[in-house]
Design a protein around this ligand. Structure first.
Ligand SMILES: [Zn+2]
Length: 344
């Protein structure tokens, strides 16, 4: 009996090791640009576990947020100099208006990659404690507690900074968002849900509580009691319920329901993006369109950023920063021209 248990343990750890290796090879977080969506695109990809995040992915996500911060700061410099018409610019001069966060291959994200935790124990090993518990190079000897501290600080920091970006960010939720994955979608300004998407704050069932800064963000989005309900029941919720709670701002299924169909401009947009033409843009067309429809094309990104800043408690500075700028002048000129054309 004991021998069988030992064999099972060996077999399980071999499976875990194989999964860990497969995950390490294919798992990644990429930051690309879709010209058609006029967006920076953060893609989570871990095909072995519905885009659960391992350590390397968390580091890559943090790096992506840092790049977006730099691009946001460059635009903010232009706005401060009076050019409030400036948009965000990615490397190689690609201009964009928003940031889309999504998962590859029909899933959003299922939290932390549990295969990376196999073999870790609760308390620090003597070696891990001796080197300060960082253990970031190879994870060797790292305890569950040490990893948890690192993950908590890395993810809470990265997601807090993602939410604070001047760029408007949108989670495109396609498929399940579970545990940390559900926390992840609270880090963006808005959420678009795809067909069959569902979310579950499953942290308590996993023996833990939110650790990526998600509890406070969830409360800010849905309110105190709804947040308690979601965290304490751990129920699956679909797009309809999420929409009523404020966790879903649009659904990709809305395409066509109100008579909207992709027009010639959409087709032209797809032709204008090298990635869309080559099929390398990882967003699917309906998700891309839904995000594009959500954000008003005529709103300067400086004004959208100012709206975000005003919600963050800096209403005076935000307002005075865009009032009288080039973008507002442009809007006033357009209004005046339209009035002249109407003979008003
Ligand atoms: Zn594209």
């Amino acid at each position: 009996m004991r021998a069988r248990v030992a064999l099972q343990t060996v077999a399980r750890s071999a499976v875990g090791e194989a999964r860990r290796r497969a995950s390490a090879q294919t798992a990644k977080v990429t930051l690309t640009c879709c010209k058609n969506a006029k967006a920076r695109v953060i893609t989570l990809q871990n095909p072995t576990s519905r885009n659960a995040m391992n350590r390397a992915m968390m580091v890559e996500l943090e790096r992506a947020v840092r790049t977006l911060e730099q691009e946001g700061a460059a635009a903010a410099d232009a706005w401060a100099a009076g050019n409030t018409s400036a948009v965000f610019t990615a490397g190689r001069g690609l201009e964009y208006r928003s940031v889309i966060l999504h998962g590859a291959a029909g899933a959003f994200c299922s939290g932390a990659d549990l295969s990376a935790l196999e073999g870790m124990r609760g308390e620090p090993a003597a070696r891990g404690a001796a080197n300060g518990g960082a253990g970031l190079a190879d994870g060797g000897g790292e305890s569950l507690r040490e990893f948890g501290r690192w993950m908590h600080s890395t993810m809470t920091g990265a997601l807090g900074r993602l939410r604070a970006l001047p760029q408007v960010s949108v989670s495109l939720v396609e498929g399940p968002a579970v545990g940390g994955g559900a926390e992840l979608m609270t880090a963006t300004d808005l959420r678009v849900w795809g067909h069959g998407s569902r979310a579950r704050f499953a942290q308590a069932s996993m023996g833990v509580s939110p650790g990526w800064g998600g509890a406070a963000r969830l409360r800010a989005i849905v309110g105190e009691q709804a947040a308690r309900h979601l965290l304490l029941t751990g129920r699956w919720i679909g797009a309809e319920e999420a929409s009523a709670a404020g966790l879903c701002d649009a659904s990709t299924e809305e395409d066509g329901e109100d008579g909207w169909r992709p027009g010639p401009l959409d087709a032209a947009g797809e032709r204008s993006c090298p990635g869309c033409v080559a099929g390398t843009c990882s967003l699917d067309a309906s998700g891309r369109r839904s995000v594009a429809r959500l954000l008003p094309d005529d709103a300067p990104v400086s004004a959208l950023a100012a709206c975000k800043a005003s919600l963050a408690g800096d209403e005076s500075a935000a307002f005075l920063g865009v009032w009288g700028g080039r973008a507002q002048q442009g809007v006033l000129d357009r209004v005046a021209a339209a009035r002249t054309a109407d003979g008003v």
